[in-house]
Design a protein around this ligand. Sequence first.
Ligand code: SF4
Length: 368
Amino acid sequence: MKAESTIERRKTRQVMVGNVPVGGDAPIAVQSMTNTQTSDIEGTVAQIKRLEDVGADLVRVSVPDMEAAEAFGKIRKKVNVPLIADIHFDYKIALRVAELGVDCLRINPGNIGNQDRIRAVVSAARDKNIPIRIGVNAGSLGKDLLRKYKEPCADAMIESALRNIDLLDKEDFQNYKLSMKSSNVFMAVDAYQKIASQIDQPLHLGITEAGGLRSGTVKSAVGLGYLLMQGIGDTIRISLAADPVEEIKVGFDLLKSLNLRSKGINFIACPSCSRQNFDVIDTINELERRVEDIVTPLDVAILGCIVNGPGEAKEADLGLTGANPANLIYTDGKPDHKVTNENLVDHLEAMIRQQVAVKQVLAKGELK
Ligand code: SF4
């Protein structure tokens, strides 16, 4: 019997980023950010399409100037995934992308000047039903807050968030979500926990500048995993100094590990040892690469021998237990047939695709 997720999510009001709901009872959205030059329309579109291919729910694009704003408008027309424009300081850029078509504005009201400018941005956002993401970052707190608190800390982040929220409240604008990012896991967790009890808008989780693929994944999994297990978090970004495609993959793996989202193949694999009857590591690496395109959820257990193989295989949709002279394949928890090491990965891939096809047919039947 599998232990199901017992996470009770924090109740939040829902905002719509394009056609993707964030907050409320919506699935936790996984997002990334392009790292191309936004003015390079072709390159940016290509990267966004790669992110779409691995299942990104949302993509953020930085819009540093008016040239990038014009490019953003063209990019928007060439991709399907909702796009968030990342804007700092210049409210005119926000107005321009709102005109050209944007699904969410990441802009801090406190950074764009007087209340008239804020009003102009809010009014454009309201007219077109565009949510705003307030992004508090421990690395860019106001000088007065740093003077008051001596150094970046969760309380300074809270004060910064509340100031920005207050500016939107003055315009009676509630269609926003909020992030409280720090590269320090403890500070980020503290800030998110504190703000979660003060507002009911959705929270965008992230550990900023987390690091490279391995270290950033670990840091993000610790910080975000801790918050997600408390029900905090409505959309996540794993911030990695790596290909943004990896951010999406890690994001889904994190949510899958907490049973918060199911997408694609959930592999259960042993680390292998001298008991293995086939090369577990090569097999799992090759299989993972080959089935990246699959979005239908399926549990697949790959274990090198009978020590843990049968137990895990019985809980999975498809299982492979290493044995000599032939390995044993399980389907739906039951022993099904034997297979030798020759062409093992081809065989497993074919089995996975077959089971996915069956699941898809069953799902269609249920929808009718
Ligand atoms: S399942 Fe078998 S091969 Fe895999 S680690 Fe355990 S004992 Fe080793």
